[in-house]
Each structure stands twice: as structure tokens, then as C-alpha cells.
Ligand binder design. Structure first.
Ligand code: 13P
Length: 263
């Protein structure tokens, strides 16, 4: 039986003081649902404060991105080694916003800078995080154009296969996958629960091919994209969906608390 997991991805929101206030609101709500795992992914600058405030709670700390080297001349980057030093439990990898798509604006692959995410850099980050026992939350998802062209399944399979290249079956146990259709992120257009469940089932099937059915059964697969208190229950109780990666609705304690309660 997989424990439900609800992760708040705060993106580029909250000063340190605002982050502290939000944590103060979320923690009591999370503590009243010990059966649900909860994690918060604040911006890097708020990590120390949030880490301190979460010390005595079961709410876990996560980061929104990382680089794959331990250290070096990589201006602006943060390494998995540094995240582990902060006792971060999770790190989001391959979010559509860091893959260079930034929501509605499609950036041609040829114009992506060296540091924008590709399936290959996602793979490097996943291996580095696993080495430091920080659980990667691997995001996969299709754009609206890809869905319209009937390419949803092939895009997801490509992102998974390339992102997880060289990852062993034992390492798969330490992984979370998030299905985040790009067209559903921040748009209020939630993916239909049956369809989200079908894609999460497809993901589990491929994880089974990579690491065997036992490992695949253990991996938590989250849904992300306009999750709200009103739709969380239906989505999170589908057989293949083990919780959510929540953006906008994680920025207020009240709505995030209602999502935790619905899990
Ligand atoms: P929204 O919940 O705001 O749609 O964002 C989803 C997301 O991108 C979480 O990583």
C-alpha cells in the first residue's frame, strides 16, 4: 500500500518571512493527517528557514531544482550534495518550467541554453540525487500540441526512458514520478481524472519494464496541474495516482490544508 504524498511547489513565490508564515499555517494541518506524507519545496533562499521550522514535524523539505555536480564553477547552481547537507528529502527534476517551456511559451530546443533541462540533464540530476539519497520527483508531461497530435504516450515514455537511463531497479524504489500535463499547469484546466489515471498507469507499466513489477508498485506517481481542494479527492483516489504536486493552491495554507485533508 503506497502512502499518499502531497508536495507543494512554491515556484518563485514567498519571501523568507512569507515562507515562514505559510509553514506555520501548513504544519498543524499536516500534523492532523499523519497518514499523508507532505513535502514543501520553497525557493532556495527560504530553504534554511523552512528547514528549521519543519524540524519537529513530519512535513519534509524539498528543493525545486539542482545541478548534478558536487561543486565547481557553475554560477547560480545548487548541488545535490548541498541539498543533502540541508536534509532535503526531495528535489523536483524535469519540471516543464525548467525544461524551458515556461508554461504557455514554447521555447525551440535549439535556443535552449546549456543549463536548460533536457532528458539528458534530467538523467544526470536524477543519478546525482539518488547518490545523495535525496528523492527525485521526476516530472513528465506533454504540451497541448503534443496531446492534439496524439503524441501523449510517446512523449511520456521518451521522457521516462531517457530520464531513467542507467538507473537500477534498487534505485527505482527511491523515486517519485509526477505526471504534469503542461497544458494543465496554472491554467485551471485540470486533466480528467480517468485520463490522468490512464497515463499514470502507463508510467507504472514502463517503470515495471525498467525495474520489475515489485519496484514499480512501490513508486509513488503524483498528478500535477491545477490541483485544487475541489478536485483533489477524485484525482488522488484513482488507483494509479498516489497524491499530487501542487503549485498555485499550495501558496495559501487554507487551500493546501484542504488538499491534504482530501488525500
Ligand atoms: P498549478 O497547481 O499551479 O497548476 O502548478 C502545478 C505545478 O506545476 C506543480 O509543479
Amino acid at each position: 500500500m503506497r502512502t499518499k504524498l502531497v508536495v507543494g511547489n512554491w515556484k518563485m513565490h514567498k519571501t523568507v518571512a512569507e515562507a515562514a508564515a505559510l509553514v506555520e499555517g501548513v504544519v498543524p494541518a499536516a500534523e492532523s493527517h499523519p497518514e499523508v506524507d507532505v513535502a514543501l519545496c520553497p525557493p532556495f533562499l527560504a530553504l534554511p528557514k523552512v528547514a528549521e521550522l519543519l524540524k519537529r514535524s513530519h512535513v519534509k523539505l524539498g528543493a525545486q531544482d539542482c545541478f548534478w555536480e558536487d561543486e565547481g564553477a557553475f554560477t547560480g547552481k545548487v548541488s545535490p550534495k548541498m541539498l543533502a547537507d540541508f536534509c532535503a528529502s526531495f528535489c523536483i527534476v524535469g519540471h516543464s518550467e525548467t525544461r524551458g517551456r515556461f508554461g504557455k511559451v514554447e521555447v525551440p530546443l535549439t535556443t535552449l541554453s546549456h543549463f536548460s533541462e533536457t532528458d539528458e540533464t534530467v538523467n544526470l540530476k536524477i543519478k546525482a540525487l539518488l547518490y545523495y539519497a535525496v528523492t527525485p520527483i521526476l516530472c513528465v508531461g506533454e504540451t497541448s500540441d503534443e496531446r492534439a497530435a496524439g503524441e501523449t504516450d510517446s512523449v511520456i515514455l521518451r521522457q521516462l526512458e531517457r530520464g531513467l537511463g542507467g538507473v537500477s531497479s534498487d534505485e527505482l524504489y527511491g523515486l517519485v514520478v509526477a505526471y504534469e500535463p503542461v497544458w494543465a499547469i496554472g491554467t485551471g484546466q485540470t486533466c480528467d481524472a480517468q485520463e490522468a489515471d490512464r497515463v499514470c498507469g502507463l508510467i507504472r507499466g514502463l517503470l515495471g519494464q525498467i525495474g520489475g513489477p515489485e519496484a514499480a508498485e512501490e513508486v509513488r506517481i503524483l498528478y500535477g496541474g491545477s490541483v485544487k481542494p475541489e478536485n483533489a479527492f477524485e484525482l488522488f483516489h484513482m488507483p494509479q495516482i498516489d497524491g499530487g504536486l501542487v503549485g498555485g493552491a499550495s501558496l495559501q495554507a487554507d487551500s493546501f490544508a484542504r488538499i491534504i485533508a482530501a488525500s
